[in-house]
Design a protein around this ligand. Sequence first.
Ligand code: DGY
Length: 319
Amino acid sequence: MKPRVLVTRKLPDAVEARLRRDYEAILNPTDTLYTSEEIIKKAVGMAAILPCHTEKFTAEVIARLPECVKIIANFSVGYDHVDVDAAKKRGLIVTNTPDVLSDATAELTMMLMLGAARRASEGERLVRTRQWKDWSPSFMVGVQVTGKRLGILGFGRVGQVVAERARGFDMEIHYHNRRRVAPELEKGAIYHATPEELMVHCDFLALHCVASPETNGLLNAERIALLPDGAVVVNASRGSVIDEDALIAALRSGKLYAAGLDVFINEPAIRPEFRELTNVFLMPHIGSATRETRDGMGFRALDNLDAFFAGKAPGDRVA
Ligand code: DGY
């Protein structure tokens, strides 16, 4: 008998085809966003759940999941939506989908840097609203990306690909990571032992750290104050790693030249200030949103399920 899997969102066709072939998959063709109560009800009789970061598995939800659920195979690299301690206590296996989205997220990060520095939102709005009247040497002048110093906070898989792409713009790479990485991965990037030491070297700062209690509000007012005046901050990791009050204040005061944000603390109901500020380039959490990557994420989640149901250790186990 095929294992029963609850799939919480509409997944790419090729991923759903493989799901149907190998599992008794309960799909969500209308892509309805389920509440926690609905997930708990739908999980009755399921051996696995394949959710996205849009579904929250708090300790309370995990405690109420039927006993038959043995694995949560996330369609995401981030797993801050799952209380992993609660999962571990219950013996519930949790997996994520690393590696496959590093390129797409790094592309989006470059877009955030370029969009913020070159005032992409303002420019596009001018053209679309027919307010583009003229050209002049002082029209829509931004800051250049090429040759600047890029600080990367969190030098894991995504951070390292961002460094690679940024080298194409002749950027000088600085980073902070919990552990210094090997020289062959550093490729000349300059390591700083603390976030504070990194800050002073960042014309651009890109956040690529995992969301956790330790990284909550990591970029706060004190650390922003250490950045050079006129720095640009970009975030394609999770909103929680930035103190949004501090970021908004720095964007308003001009301490920061601009920000490029793909993630926010309260998505999609983001702080209204972000919509009002002209020096923010905004994207709706689409770092991994390419056809290739979404297929890759789905297949990776299925590889984890396949391993589990074959009695093997899933490759991407996080709990
Ligand atoms: C991820 O994989 O963590 C992306 O943010 C989408 O959930």
